[in-house]
Design a protein around this ligand. Structure first.
Ligand code: FAD
Length: 499
């Protein structure tokens, strides 16, 4: 994380940084901007959509990431309809004002954080299901609907939208699309991009565009829908999403295995997947996570174990296939020296185990609160075959930093989430944590992986994006950004800041 003076407390007289030359040359008078928001923008929007109240604006100024600057927003627009979004973008273009699109602000990379002199543009009020098409098996929604609310609504139609980030109850579909969110069942069912059929977006100048088709196939023109998935609010504002659905997911069988160390668990994952397994979930928790979970609640996990794997198989609706797959996992775990393996076909048991896995982050937060408040949550993704090596090398990061590092992983996808804990009030500890966090990303790259599997770049990893991409890719990024956002007003200072 490089220090960026542009994110210090807003300097009302200074030109905006992190923008192309046109914008950077325009000195911004924030009092005048506030006045213009009241006189020129607010009357064009749904009544009550704009607030300049500093307390409310401050409340909306950050996502869940720690240590990402989030100061200086001028106003909050809570759009109620597409026309509100279009009017806001027209105003922003006319006055060259940066805009930060926001969903539910559950992000953990600072992508939805305020920047100095910006308008926050929240779509949380646009949360309706517009239509469900059982014949085509699609749903069309406004972007602000929460993932879990959509899942709940689909259940009565016998349909499912599989992507299930750990934040399923607190993140929006628009945000999921903008970050190409993953989750627990993605190992079998894929990530958000695998379900997006069509997007309605509003571009920097307020133009509305339809990207993709509602049909199962469609190759007319470039894949602009794919371009916008994962674009983190830097290319346009997503105002409507059509998603592919699947029939309600069959109930899974669940198995839990404990291991003497992380290496044995990682080897099990690698061997099991190499044998062609298609689990609907394959998660891992390291010894530190098991300990912190037991400290957090009455979970009864074996925290003498060095690692635990949680696997589910739904056999794609075939109970015999599910049983065969879970038995294959058991055999594989035993071959790799599992301490214990248990099976369950009881729905309540299975849900309790998955709920325990979902409690890892709250358990981490409690631990952080009691140990100086600092937690840096990483998100690298590796080839599964390199995970065992990662854990070996992580031991060195732990030893050098002297910090507690807990690891959960969507192990079946090689997507590893190490959390580095530290005393946020101790500059030396903060520096150690930042170093450990960076060493983990470096390890990710050295082992043939990526700096982010699903949480995105945002502010937190903008410098690291520049390290991961090659020159050709950076060039394409810059050209695309300039073509779609020539004034650099869409979420500046984030993903593109160092490309
Ligand atoms: C406890 C916890 C667990 C998590 N687990 C996972 C996980 O398993 N997998 C995973 O992928 N993520 C996970 N996350 C991260 C986060 O929830 C996801 O990134 C999520 O997709 C963000 O959605 P949001 O609605 O909160 O978006 P926000 O945080 O509001 O925004 C995220 C980014 O998307 C942009 N954006 C949001 N809405 C729009 C829009 N309508 N148009 C254009 N740009 C937009 C923002 O500018 C920002 O850059 C977790 C977070 C928490 C707190």
């Amino acid at each position: 994380m490089t220090h960026d003076p542009a994110f210090d407390a807003a300097d009302e007289s200074r030109p905006l940084d992190h923008a192309p030359p046109e914008l950077a040359q325009v000195p911004v008078d924030l009092d005048r901007l506030r006045h213009l928001v009241e006189t020129d923008l607010a009357p064009t929007l749904t009544a009550g959509a704009v607030t300049l109240d500093p307390d409310i604006v401050a409340t909306y100024s950050s996502d869940q990431a720690l240590f990402c600057p989030a100061a200086g927003a001028v106003a909050l627009v809570r759009a109620a309809c597409v026309e509100d979004v279009q009017a806001t973008m027209r105003f922003a273009t006319t006055h060259r004002v940066p805009v930060v699109p926001q969903g539910a602000r559950s992000g953990i990379s600072g992508g939805a954080n305020a920047i100095p002199g910006c308008l926050l543009l929240s779509v949380e009020r646009m949360a309706r299901i517009l239509s469900i098409d059982p014949g085509e098996r699609t749903v069309t929604v406004e972007p602000g609907i929460l993932n879990q609310d959509l899942k709940d609504a689909l259940r009565e139609h016998g349909l499912a939208y599989p992507p299930d980030p750990g934040s399923v109850a607190i993140s929006s579909i628009g945000g999921n699309v903008a970050t190409n969110a993953g989750g627990l069942c993605c190992v079998k069912y894929g990530v958000t991009k695998d379900y997006v059929r069509r997007l309605e977006v509003v571009l920097a100048d307020g133009t509305r565009a339809t990207l993709g088709t509602g049909t199962a196939k469609g190759v007319a023109g470039l894949d602009l829908r794919g371009l916008f998935v994962g674009s983190e609010g830097t290319l346009g504002v997503i105002v409507e999403v059509t998603l592919r659905l699947v029939p309600a997911l069959p109930p899974p069988l669940t198995a839990v295995a404990t291991f003497p160390d992380e290496r044995a668990a990682a080897a099990t994952v690698s061997d099991f997947m190499a044998a062609g397994a298609q689990p609907s979930m394959l998660e891992s928790l390291d010894a530190v996570s098991l300990r912190l979970l037991n400290e957090f609640g009455d979970f009864g996990l074996d925290d003498a174990a060095g690692a635990m794997l949680l696997v589910q198989s739904d056999g794609s609706g075939n109970a015999d296939a599910a049983l065969a797959e879970v038995e294959a996992f058991t055999a594989c775990a035993q071959t790799n020296g599992a301490l214990d393996v248990g099976l369950s076909d009881d729905a309540a048991d299975s849900e309790a185990l998955v709920a325990t896995r979902r409690m890892a982050q709250p358990a981490y937060e409690r631990y952080a609160q009691r140990h100086g408040g600092g937690q840096l949550l990483d998100d690298i993704c590796l080839p599964r075959t390199r995970m065992a090596e990662f854990y070996e090398r992580l031991a060195q990061v732990r030893a050098t930093s002297g910090l507690t590092i807990a690891v959960v992983a969507h192990a079946g996808d090689g997507n590893i989430h190490p959390s580095v804990f530290f005393d946020a009030g101790d500059p030396a500890d903060v520096a150690r944590a930042e170093r450990a966090f960076e060493e983990i990303m470096q390890l990710g790259l050295e082992l043939g992986g990526t700096i982010t599997g699903e949480h995105g770049v945002g502010f937190l990893k903008r410098a690291w994006l520049a390290r991961e991409l090659d020159e050709g890719s950076k060039h394409i990024h810059r050209v695309v950004k300039h073509a779609l956002d020539p004034l650099g007003i869409l979420n500046p200072g984030k993903m593109f800041a160092e490309l």
